[in-house]
Design a protein around this ligand. Structure first.
Ligand code: ATP
Length: 355
């Protein structure tokens, strides 16, 4: 079932929480609403769930306008950050709750709950109370409780926000698996870009009640629509440049030209260039000359890439560079050494210009 929120506007008093927002979630997709705190993510999710009424705009499930339907009639599963399990009910009864409300026959309830507890590998906890479960186990129960009545739509509000990194990663896998096995259309709210990019089929970046960009994770990552998206996705070097005749020159002296992709009309002026750490290279020689000198301040070799932090003294800039472990070994980099840093590509967004 596809979900469309069309031209949705929501005000709280004078404050505009959502400003003419349109979001489309294709049937069966797992969509992440991503953005900084206060951007309007939860408000949009609550409007889709029927827990909040928009000032204008419509919500469609497939082609049906369900804007006037109550939350209960929309048949959505909802998972919150804080498990919201019923403390006085056993795990079994928590999962069974939505089925009993819908008056499923007892045997069907038993079969469905058993099947779901098996799916999350928590059959042995059926008779326990939520207080006896870990955070990750509680959230797995919250997830299957929402899925029990076979909703066509699953909405999750920061579902893993309260959990530590390892359990979070594990639950992401669960979510992805459930989503694929149970053929629901899911929307989840997160402010964690890594989580959104790892799990979602589509990402919607919301900021100050407006959509900055929406698309597949790879599109958004490789072609950010503006400097907000570029910055929000993290891990980016922001370097002051002068743009002259379509060329981007670093610093006052203009000795280093960035291989920048200029978005907009390429007018001259001062602005910032954005370069991701993997878009810079380190070398021992000034091959070709279009590079800066950098003194290595810190090296973090733990992980699949080696993170090198350098000070480009000529420009007064701290620069982060990611190199492969092989390249790191070949160069035998050490703190305090001075090396050459070459930008391989950069992005410049026109709206940031000051002439
Ligand atoms: P977070 O990641 O912090 O949850 P969010 O992107 O989900 O943020 P929302 O919770 O949708 O943001 O809130 C958007 C804005 O609307 C915030 O500035 C918030 O203070 C405001 N807001 C939300 N609900 C209400 C309300 N019931 N009354 C007044 N203002 C509200």
């Amino acid at each position: 079932m596809s979900i469309t929120a069309q031209n949705v506007t929501k005000r709280f008093g004078d404050f505009v929480a959502l400003d003419n927002v349109t979001v489309e979630c294709p049937a069966g997709a797992l969509v992440a609403l991503l953005g900084p705190s206060g951007g309007g993510k939860t408000t949009l999710l609550r409007i889709i769930a029927g827990l909040e009424v928009p000032d204008s705009g419509t919500v469609l499930f497939r082609d049906d306008d369900i804007s006037k339907r109550s939350a209960r009639d929309r048949n959505v599963g909802f998972v919150f950050q804080h498990y919201a399990l019923f403390r006085h009910m056993t795990v079994f009864e928590n999962v069974a709750f939505g089925l009993r409300v819908r008056k499923w026959p007892e045997q069907k309830v038993r079969d469905r709950v058993k099947e779901l507890l098996h799916l999350v590998r928590l059959e042995e906890k059926a008779a326990q109370y939520p207080a006896n479960l870990s955070g990750g186990q509680k959230q797995r129960i919250a997830l299957v409780r929402a899925l029990a009545p076979e909703p066509k739509v699953l909405l999750l509000d920061e579902p893993f926000g309260a959990l530590d990194a390892k359990v979070r990663a594990e639950l992401r896998d669960w979510l992805r698996r459930f989503h694929d096995e149970l053929h629901v259309t899911s929307i989840f709210v997160t402010h964690d870009q890594e989580e959104a990019f790892e799990v979602a089929d589509r990402v919607v970046v919301l900021n100050k009640g407006r959509i900055e960009q929406q698309g597949m994770p790879i599109e958004v990552f490789e072609h950010p629509a503006n400097e907000f998206v570029m910055d929000f996705l993290g891990n980016v070097n922001k370097l002051p440049v002068r743009v002259e005749g379509g060329r981007a020159l670093l610093g006052e002296t203009g000795t280093v030209e960035l291989p920048a992709k200029l978005f907009g009309n390429g007018a001259s002026g001062r602005t910032d260039a954005y370069i991701r750490p993997h878009e810079l290279d380190i070398s021992r020689t000034a091959d070709g000359g279009n590079c800066m000198l950098g003194r290595i301040v810190h090296i973090n070799p733990a992980g699949s890439v080696v993170k090198v932090r350098l000070l480009a003294e000529d420009f007064g800039l701290m620069i982060n560079v990611d190199v492969t472990p092989d390249r790191y070994k070949a160069l035998a980099l050490k703190p305090n050494e001075t090396v050459y840093v070459t930008p391989k590509s950069a992005k410049i967004f026109e709206s940031d210009y000051s002439i």
